[in-house]
Design a protein around this ligand. Structure first.
Ligand code: T4K
Length: 385
């Protein structure tokens, strides 16, 4: 059990405030199918190392995303590391500061320097102008994040990448099931990396996948996730252990057919939140209206303290006291976290939209564990009655 996050291990005080509501409680699929798959895994006694359940999950995900290759991995952080390595990146990688620490950490872990840039105010996704302004002769890649499942401005990013000869990786941790125009996320950049962590729209307990339409890159990634083995006793590449076990793939296979249903339930819940909160002065629920399709996994509230009359942090503490474990993702911004904030280059960084989002955002509970009554309760608590 993590000691870094004492808050979510607190016991719910049901008698005082109702059951504990979480942001990111896992979506659960067809449990009967999961149990059948687990029985089969035990019968076969094949638990990991490219087993048939992993292979089937990879085929199904590739078909769902309409992408040539899906390479499952143990989690998205390691997936991002593999992607950086397989693309032979060096020097600097441009990355938004407003993201989960895993995004820059993966680059830093690979010996690269994350160069933090700003986001756009409306969508919270990486700002192409800010990318352009940060490119130097050392830059080798752009690492965009489809934050909250909202696609980055991929056309503008492609143009910059082409102009400067840069690789493009998308951190698609939040974006499984989202569409960018008429194409599913998973088809953009050199490759995209999904997280299948328990808290994500689609989960395999822990896990992730790298998707790409590039055959050579896919072959490299497959080698690298399994120690570089090209066959028994035959190592032809630097590699690591980034494999997804069979039981995780079983979770994925039992959840995949349920996604459409969860997606539309999420959309409905998002609309309830908007109906309750968009009319309150000083509050705005981030809109997905402009998107062709998204997974609606995040309800992102922005609190304008001046107008609302309470700070975002005071609101958060108040909600926590009522067993509503809202999260101020991704406070305080990666450039204000170690090891980045000690680096001189980050001490005078001016990222106004990032600062603004870090001061305002509060993620609210949604997903299949949350019902209409829970949303009423959260919204009443936010409105203060
Ligand atoms: N890129 C981005 C943009 C990401 O957001 C992430 C991960 C990554 C990359 C890296 O992906 P992975 O390497 O993890 O595949 C959580 C997740 O651990 C993390 O995966 C996720 N982003 C991040 C946004 O959220 P924490 O530190 O907030 O986790 P924790 O333990 O506080 O749990 C979050 C909430 O979920 C809590 O309110 C409790 C609830 N929860 C959690 C778990 C694990 C449950 O209700 N049930 C559960 O089983 O990072």
């Amino acid at each position: 059990m993590s000691t870094a996050h004492p808050t979510h291990h607190l016991k719910s005080n049901d008698s005082v405030s109702g059951r504990m509501l979480h942001v990111g409680a896992p979506n659960v699929g067809d449990r009967r199918r999961f149990n059948e798959l687990v029985d089969e895994i035990f019968q076969r006694r094949w638990f990991t190392n490219n087993g048939c359940v992993v292979q089937e999950l990879e085929r199904e995900i590739a078909a769902y995303l309409d992408v040539k290759h899906c390479i499952t991995v143990c989690n998205a952080t390691v997936g991002l590391q593999l992607a950086c390595h397989a693309l032979d990146l060096s020097g600097e990688v441009v990355v938004p500061s407003f993201t989960f620490a895993a995004t820059p950490h993966a680059a830093q872990w690979e010996g690269l320097t994350p160069v933090f840039v700003d986001i756009s105010r409306q969508s919270h996704s990486i700002d192409p102008n800010s990318i352009r302004a940060s490119i130097t002769s050392e830059t080798s890649a752009i690492l965009g994040v489809h934050l909250w499942g909202i696609p980055c401005q991929t056309d503008a990013i492609d143009e910059i990448a082409k102009q400067y000869g840069l690789a493009v990786i998308y951190d698609a941790a939040h974006a499984f099931g989202s569409q960018n125009g008429d194409r599913m996320i998973g088809n953009f950049g050199n490759c995209e990396v999904f997280s299948f962590h328990a808290t994500k729209f689609f989960n395999t307990f822990e896990g992730g996948a790298i998707t790409t339409n590039d055959d050579t890159l896919a072959e490299r990634l497959k080698l690298m996730r399994n120690f570089g083995f090209a066959g028994m006793d035959h190592v032809i590449h630097l590699g690591t252990n980034a494999k997804m076990p069979e039981i995780c793939a079983a979770m994925g296979l039992s959840l995949l057919p349920c996604l459409e249903k969860i997606q539309s339930a999420n959309q409905y819940k998002h609309s309830l939140y908007r109906a309750h909160l968009d009319t309150v002065d000083g509050l705005r629920v981030l809109s997905y209206d402009h998107l062709a399709k998204t997974n609606w996994q995040y309800v992102v509230l922005e609190v304008d303290s001046q107008v609302f009359g309470r700070t975002r942090d005071a609101l958060m503490e108040d909600l926590h006291r009522q067993n509503i474990r809202v999260r101020r993702y991704f406070y305080p911004g990666c450039h204000r976290m170690e090891p980045y904030r000690s680096q001189p280059r980050n001490q005078s960084l001016d990222l106004p939209n990032t600062e603004r989002a870090c001061q305002r955002v509060l993620c609210l509970p949604t997903g299949s564990d949350i019902d209409e009554g829970d949303i009423d309760r959260v919204c009443q608590a936010i409105r203060g009655y």
